[in-house]
Design a protein around this ligand. Structure first.
Ligand SMILES: Nc1ncnc2c1ncn2[C@@H]1O[C@H](COP(=O)(O)OP(=O)(O)OP(=O)(O)O)[C@@H](O)[C@H]1O
Length: 639
């Protein structure tokens, strides 16, 4: 390939850059231009720098926090797909790693106030993201060194009460739920991570009970506890799970302790206080939240800027507990905070932490293998992994398939799906609409006849179609159109109608409306009231009678929305359904951007949304491609 000459690369405007580079976007071009203006460099360096900066903004769009220069060094950037007829010269050739590094060193890109980019440990950052990453790392580090609050004797007494050992059933297995409580109780920051149904909420409710009970014993002021999650749906599920767990502990935990654990969870945005159209919140470093204990659920969905802003608004003494599943898809925006700080396999506990756990837990002893792990220098004392699913039994197809997929085991996962008979799994091979029709009849058509709103919302939790993509024959839009047509019995002319709302139709909001209090991802049901008028109802978190439980919105006031018979796997994070039908795009039809979406984390997230039954439609090529692709987000956040 001909190396681009310098003159060709100094594009006069975006249109020229677009002509020369397939796939460059306006933001890449204008940002790179701004950096060139701000940084004083030789013309020869400016060519490489321009493209490095454009590659940096492109990688941010893909969810990375930074651009390790070895990712682009000696590479052809924006190279067209193989076999594509696009002009081969529509790409750019980067210099070698050594030359790029020397160039950046010459530029001396240090984090001064007016710098747009920062170079740190061979990675190029937008300065804002470098600052976020450093601030979060510092916040977490400070909490890790927080002083222990309670004595080991008190902790042991409390844990013995919460995890009574049945002498007859005495087991030699470590009870990791017990370890998780002991491990988090005395730390300023802790993570309890595990797959679906491994008892994270069950365990954290015991942890909160232990913290409250120790606090009550010391007769200090009552603790202010906040339960939070990244989305409204996840907050609602957290509230329900905490309420259920508390109800199951009435014999084990004193009523005054249970009543001090809140029932209602809110979104992180609500806790911080949204200022419409601004990225900053009412609560920040100058207006700290007054909470003493913060429980954050579904942490895999929280991006780096939001997590940093949350920590910024917490009192230094606040105890932070994170729950999540690091195998799920990372956040939509930049970062993979949970996967970064809760890597698998666990690196082991320090000797001091192991000794502490052996002292306060009944099921944990310093076995030779554990003490070996305890010698690890990079210990992860703040992290407990739960792996035993309490929801899926070990032989259940959903759990086995999830494990095989996340382990990257193409052969086993394809065998489980396509050959092994398992009552939890159905492998769908027929024409998409043919096999979807009976499922629509069974789960969605009853919504049209339903006259009880609570029942309609309960029906909606029974089934959902999950797609990898929005576009294409197996995408969300096509499937929603098809089901809307089935629901109205109007065939495809339905699409031409303007007023496409009807009784029983489920919709999802696709933009934030702060005035109405409706947010991207909120799900409502269109409902015909006694006056024959259509309204749309949205469930609100917390309990209460119908008047409080549902928010009513007139159709004319609805922010932008779409049908939600089918939704993307990305949007479904934090939700669960009894039966899930997962539809993957066909191999032959996939564009490069669709292929980039497919990953084992995407499959795992979709699979683990199903509680009792999972139907999957996929061809072998797509399945293999997805299981082999692992999401990698570049960042340097570590603990
Ligand atoms: N040690 C236990 N003994 C009995 N039941 C348990 C135990 N741990 C968890 N469970 C039950 O298993 C189910 C799943 O637990 P829980 O909801 O806490 O899991 P989770 O990891 O929070 O799941 P999710 O994926 O929904 O976030 C609940 O019904 C819970 O009561």
């Amino acid at each position: 390939m001909k190396r681009n000459s310098m003159a060709e690369l100094m594009y006069h405007n975006f249109a020229q850059a677009k002509q020369a580079l397939s796939g460059i976007e306006a933001i890449d071009y204008f940002f790179a231009k701004d950096v060139l203006v701000a940084v004083n460099c030789e013309e020869a360096d400016s060519v490489q720098l321009f493209h490095l900066c454009a590659a940096l903004t492109q990688s941010l769009r893909q969810g990375h926090v930074c651009l390790p220069i070895n990712e682009v060094a000696s590479q052809q950037w924006l190279a067209p797909e193989r076999g594509d007829s696009v002009d081969e010269q529509k790409s750019f050739q980067f210099e070698s790693f050594t030359e790029l590094k020397a160039l950046i060193t010459r530029l001396n890109v240090l984090p001064s106030d007016n710098q747009l980019i920062v170079f740190d440990k061979d990675c190029l950052y937008l300065k804002r993201y470098w600052l976020f990453e450093r601030e979060l790392q510092q916040q977490l580090g400070e909490r890790l060194t927080a002083k222990a609050r309670y004595s080991n004797v008190d902790i042991k007494a409390c844990i013995t009460e919460l995890f009574p050992v049945d002498d007859k059933l005495k087991s030699t297995e470590v009870d990791w739920q017990e370890v998780a409580v002991a491990n988090a109780i005395n730390k300023g920051f802790a993570i309890i991570a595990g797959g679906p149904g491994t008892g994270k909420t069950y365990t954290v409710t015991k942890l909160l009970a232990a913290i409250v009970s120790l606090q009550q014993k010391t007769q200090q002021a009552a603790l202010k506890i906040a339960l939070i999650a990244p989305t409204g749906k996840a907050a609602q599920r957290l509230s329900e799970s905490i309420i259920n767990a508390k109800a199951g502990f009435t014999d084990l935990v004193a009523a005054k302790v249970l009543s001090a654990i809140p029932d209602e969870a809110k979104t992180i945005h609500r806790l911080l206080g949204v200022i419409p159209n601004q990225p900053n919140f009412k609560h920040n470093e100058n207006n700290l939240l007054s909470y003493d204990v913060i429980l954050i659920d579904e942490v895999s969905m929280v991006d780096l800027p939001l997590m940093t802003r949350l920590f910024r608004a917490l009192k230094p003494s606040a105890q932070v507990i994170m729950l999540g599943d690091a195998d799920q898809l990372p956040s939509v925006s930049a970062g993979s905070v949970l996967a970064d700080i809760a890597p698998r396999p666990h690196a082991g506990y320090s000797a001091a932490n192991s000794q502490y756990l052996a002292q306060v837990c009944q099921s944990y002893s310093l076995s030779p293998s554990l003490s070996e792990a305890a010698c690890q220098r990079n210990s992860m004392d703040y992290l407990t992994l739960l792996s035993k699913s309490r929801r899926f039994d070990g032989a259940g197809g959903i759990g086995l398939l999830a494990q095989a997929v996340i382990a990257g085991d193409v052969k086993q996962s394809w065998h489980l799906l396509s050959e092994e008979h398992n009552e939890q799994l159905t492998f769908e091979q027929g024409e998409l609409k043919q096999w979807l029709m009976p499922l629509v009849d069974k789960y969605y058509l009853p919504l049209k006849q339903c006259t009880d709103l609570a029942q309609a919302f309960a029906l909606l939790l029974k089934f959902r179609i999950l797609c990898a993509t929005r576009k294409g024959a197996q995408g969300v839009e096509e499937i929603n159109n098809f089901i809307d047509a089935m629901m109205t019995g109007k065939g495809r002319q339905w699409q031409q109608e303007q007023h496409n709302l009807y009784h029983g139709k489920p919709i999802m909001i696709t933009e934030n409306d702060y005035q109405l209090g409706l947010y991207n991802g909120d799900i409502g049901i269109v409902w015909q009231n006694e006056d024959k008028q259509l309204s749309v109802y949205f469930e609100q978190s917390g309990q209460g009678d119908n008047a409080e439980r549902y928010k009513r919105v007139m159709p004319s006031r609805l922010p932008s929305h779409e049908s939600v018979f089918a939704m993307t796997i990305h949007k479904t994070q934090g939700s669960e359904f009894s039966h899930v039908a997962m539809v993957l795009p066909e191999g032959a039809e996939q564009s490069q951007s669709q292929q980039q979406l497919l990953s084992r984390e995407l499959l795992y997230t979709g699979i683990t949304r199903a509680k009792t039954h999972l139907s999957i439609a996929s061809d072998k090529v797509t399945w293999q491609r997805s299981v082999l692709a692992k999401v990698k987000r570049h960042s340097q956040l570590t603990l």
